[in-house]
Write a protein that binds this ligand. Sequence first.
Ligand SMILES: Cc1cc2nc3c(=O)[nH]c(=O)nc-3n(C[C@H](O)[C@H](O)[C@H](O)COP(=O)(O)OP(=O)(O)OC[C@H]3O[C@@H](n4cnc5c(N)ncnc54)[C@H](O)[C@@H]3O)c2cc1C
Length: 481
Amino acid sequence: MTKIVHQLAKAMNGRVAGPGDADYANCIRIDNGRINRQPAAVALPLDAADIGAAIRFARDEGLKLTVRSGGHSATGYSLNEGGIVLDLRGLSDMSLDMVSNVLTLGMGSIWRDVYNYMRVSRTGLVPVAGGCLGVGAGGFLLGGGYSFVSRSYGLGIDNVEALTIVLADGSVKRVSRASTGDDADLFWAACGGGGGNFGVAVDVDIRTHRLAQSTVLAGQILFPFYRIEEILPVYNELAATCPAALAIYGFLGNQPDPRNGGAPALFLRFTPIFNGAFDEGMALLAPLFKLRPSNVSLYSMTLPEFEMMAGGSTSVSGRGAYIRSALMPPGAMTAKLAKVFKYHMSRMPGTDSFVVWTHAGGKIADVKPEETAYWHRKSLFMPEVKAIWDANRPQDARQVIEWAYDFFEDLAAHAEGAYLNYIDPLQRDWKRQYYGENLDRLVAVKRKVDPHDLFAFQQGLNSDFEPDGRKPLDLDPLSIT
Ligand SMILES: Cc1cc2nc3c(=O)[nH]c(=O)nc-3n(C[C@H](O)[C@H](O)[C@H](O)COP(=O)(O)OP(=O)(O)OC[C@H]3O[C@@H](n4cnc5c(N)ncnc54)[C@H](O)[C@@H]3O)c2cc1C
């Protein structure tokens, strides 16, 4: 046992693990297999008091401190090299208030467990939660949170009623929609200003919802990729005019082609989710059916069933990955944009990478950009690229990363920002891209609650870091936490 592990263990009630321990190995293994970090200690707090003790220990010893919930930070900012990682997996209690329909969650919960909990509750209520089952409530809710039902019920943060947060001085704060003064500022900033910036969120109260009926219409509509210039403008119109109860996500990537013995082929795939009656949803999708898709598989299923079915499909799951995003206004999915998609997808190195986009708008856009810390309320599409390679072949990384980088640089002409929760150290002007005109207020709150920048990382709110974007790309920032 190292000295740091030993001393930190004396300060906390929860376990502390070091190199060689099973808990340590579990914590440093995160979704993105590219990330390899060796903190000095992994602390597994039992409660807010334990978190406060770890914070004071890190401050007194001059050690870095980062927080891990679901471990899906694209850049691995939940880990660090040589410091302390607070792994919140022990903070995963849940309770549902049957009168208010408010769900209280430990911030170490991952969405798979939340969906299971809600299923077992047999209430039919659903949280506004992540599409990927392994994503943690922590990072998701602090950075915004797009769900398949966000067009019906807003972003994850729009459903947060209150949260408990441990600040840099070790004190515990409860902030809520009803808070006033500095506490109201902290609530505003924490909900959308991003994980790792203001303190350690311990638990959260979120509103849950009863869907229009017990099942949704959900599934896939598939087109051959070569038809993208013909199909995308029709989708563009439908996405801008359909009711908020319908979301139609998009996907560009390889999947088995039945006409060619199951060999991978590029497809354009839409994933509709309709929060209403099946027949009504089918009628709304008629413009896509008229285009003669090559395959349609649509089901009437509960939302948790759909999440469980679709949840793994965009996962990185230990492969090497580089992720970046773009936010686009209504009307952006034109034939001109289709040409950009076509150009880059047809040059994709390997077969594992893909682009997937979220259909935003609806209730998300009902909130003013300055009302919450999440600025990009008016965007209708959020494409993200998951550029993927075999983590055991690091020699492939540069080619795949440069492909994705150039792709999204070309998309930038059609975009109006990027999504903080796909945080990317190669994104130029990242603070404005993520925070828009909320940046200055966020920086002011950060300076007030964390004046000595204890919660510091490469893309923290107090950081001056800026990638230079020159070729060949400097990839070092991808490895710095
Ligand atoms: C495969 C995949 C699918 C995704 N699907 C979606 C989706 O459907 N919708 C969507 O909006 N986003 C999605 N995301 C993005 C996701 O919301 C972010 O990556 C999010 O930050 C992950 O949270 P986490 O807790 O799993 O990650 P972590 O890596 O544990 O944390 C992410 C960041 O938040 C900080 N943090 C975590 N917990 C806390 C806490 N309790 N207090 C303070 N700081 C904290 C960490 O230090 C880190 O900086 C997806 C990402 C991936 C890789």
